[in-house]
Design a protein. Structure first.
Length: 137
């Protein structure tokens, strides 16, 4: 079964992760710090932006994939994935030392809203469909 939403979001997430890794690599090259953050605030911020992305993205992609498997492609699922990815980009800019703290807050809020919404729907789905599933057996 082809999962167009999940595949699109996973591909886009991989590109965002590549961009975040490239930002870290550039900061490492500029500072000469190859391991750890060396106490450099700019490098720390870039590393945290990528690490934070890696911490949340698997959960979001798994939830999108399982929901898509359960109910099929829905417009709101496309929007949830898009909002999540945009929130992570905004968050990365907000973590930069010269970035706007509002970006970090917007990125964090967008991430949490999407994650909690997907989690709640994933918890709801199997129990809302239970009577229909029992009739099949």
């Amino acid at each position: 079964m082809l999962l167009p939403i999940t595949l699109t979001m996973a591909g886009a997430a991989a590109l965002i992760n590549f961009w975040l890794a490239l930002r870290c690599a550039r900061a490492r090259g500029a500072t000469g710090i190859m391991i750890g953050d060396g106490g450099n605030q700019q490098l720390t911020a870039k590393m945290r932006a990528q690490a934070n992305f890696v911490e949340y993205t698997p959960f979001v992609l798994i939830l999108i994939g399982l929901i898509e498997l359960a109910i099929g492609a829905r417009t709101w699922l496309w929007f949830a994935g898009l909002i999540y990815l945009l929130a992570r980009i905004v968050h990365a800019f907000g973590l930069d030392p010269a970035g706007r703290k509002a970006f970090r807050m917007i990125g964090t809020a967008g991430t949490m809203i999407v994650l909690l919404g997907l989690a709640g729907y994933a918890l709801y789905l199997p129990y809302s469909a239970r009577p229909a599933l029992e009739l099949r057996h």
